[in-house]
Ligand binder design. Structure first.
Ligand SMILES: [Fe+2]
Length: 177
């Protein structure tokens, strides 16, 4: 069992406060996709799933009359910067290894270049996995941010992903004991 599970992160008040801003359903789907894609890039699935879950935690509430205000968002958004810092705080407070917390925070910082002037980033494999997983769940006009999920189903999917990530570690332990 890992020291810090997705469930531990997801149920933390910081995650509960901020993940909903850009959609919990989107956050969980990106975590699941990042876990799957990680395999092809030989990336640690635990880091990929955590970065996927938290990649949009830096969003500000870009709402006007109940709708996402894209004009204002495009001009002023720094969600990747804010998200890297917010996720790092959450990870450290949850007891994550500081090296892993830094690696995850950097993957969040670089998961999009939309906030950089003519940005073209050289991504390492983990950073690429998170950005691919995010792109794979994008819908036209940002509809992926509006998809909803009830708390029970959300937690069920998080726990399922936790057990998938823990499985190879368990079987390795079994082999060595
Ligand atoms: Fe996203």
């Amino acid at each position: 069992m890992r020291n810090v599970t997705l469930e531990k992160l997801f149920t933390h008040p910081i995650a509960q406060k901020y993940l909903g801003r850009s959609g919990i359903a989107h956050a969980i789907t990106v975590a699941e996709k990042a876990y799957i894609i990680a395999n092809s890039y030989k990336v640690d699935p635990d880091l990929a799933a955590k970065a996927g879950l938290l990649h949009d935690i830096g969003h500000y509430k870009w709402y006007r009359n109940g709708e996402w205000d894209y004009e204002s968002y495009k001009e002023n958004d720094i969600h990747a910067i804010k998200g890297a810092a917010r996720a790092h705080k959450l990870l450290i407070r949850s007891g994550e290894n500081p090296q892993s917390a830094k690696t995850i925070a950097l993957a969040i910082l670089l998961h999009t270049d939309s906030y950089l002037p003519d940005g073209e980033l050289q991504l390492n494999p983990l950073q690429l996995v998170v950005s691919l997983a995010d792109e794979a769940d994008e819908e036209p006009s940002g509809a992926h941010h509006y998809r909803t999920i009830d708390q029970f189903s959300a937690l069920e999917r998080i726990q399922r992903l936790d057990s998938l990530i823990d499985k190879p570690q368990q079987s390795n332990q079994e082999k060595t004991s």
